[in-house]
Design a protein around this ligand. Structure first.
Ligand SMILES: N[C@@H](CCC(=O)N[C@@H](CS)C(=O)NCC(=O)O)C(=O)O
Length: 203
């Protein structure tokens, strides 16, 4: 089995933190986004979307989408559970993971793609759309801050995939765009400090 990664990229990092939390080691191959290796023929044959991460199994089966890869490992290695523990908890974790994706991670990615110099000349950029998404990120901060006022972690009392998704979004987009939680989002800032101190954050 092999995980196709791109150093520093936020989606593969979701999988790497997940694996670190589970204590699983998987061989990793780097696919350079700056060099365009993710759009090379050999990689597109594995993932026509030309995105990382993918997990390639020994029989050649390819799993794309970070959450799908994490789910696969959750089935193989249920402990510690990172997708919830019973029907209600699993629903709650799925709900919060989706909330984080749609209200934080994706708007952050839109700001990055539409306003950052890295993408100049690589993709068509619509600066106004990027600016609008800054407002969506701010609303995402509000949502998570409210949730974290009374909860240690995003979906409740335990660290889950929803925390990993938010952590990777803030570590990558939040840092590059200088949009990190401050005094207006104290609970989110408290949570961010706590998850950043976990050993898995080094993954
Ligand atoms: N929904 C996918 C998103 C994957 C994705 O957007 N990966 C980024 C790196 S973080 C990528 O490959 N970007 C290059 C591109 O889209 O051309 C997932 O969760 O894995």
């Amino acid at each position: 089995m092999k995980l196709y990664d791109s150093a520093g990229a936020p989606n593969p990092r979701r999988v790497k933190i997940f694996l670190a939390e589970k204590g699983i080691e998987v061989p990793v191959e780097d696919v350079s986004i700056p060099k365009g290796e993710h759009k090379a023929e050999a990689y597109l044959a594995r993932n026509p979307l030309g995105q990382v991460p993918i997990l390639e199994l020994d029989d050649g089966t390819v799993i794309a989408e970070s959450t799908a890869i994490c789910r696969y490992f959750e089935e193989l290695h249920p402990e510690p559970p990172l997708f919830g523990t019973d029907p209600l908890d699993r629903a709650r974790v799925a709900m919060w993971d989706r909330h984080v994706e749609f209200n934080l991670f994706i708007p952050f990615a839109q700001v990055f793609r539409n306003t950052h110099d890295f993408f100049k000349g690589r993709i068509p950029q619509v600066a106004e759309w990027g600016e609008l998404n800054k407002k969506a990120v701010a609303k995402g901060f509000d949502l998570l801050d409210r949730q974290l006022e009374g909860n240690e972690f995003i979906s409740g009392a335990t660290y889950t995939i929803a925390d990993i998704t938010a952590q990777c979004g803030l570590d990558f987009f939040g840092r590059i765009l200088k949009m990190l939680p401050g005094d207006d989002h104290k609970s989110l800032a408290r949570w961010y400090q706590a998850v950043s101190a976990r050993p898995s954050a080094g993954a």
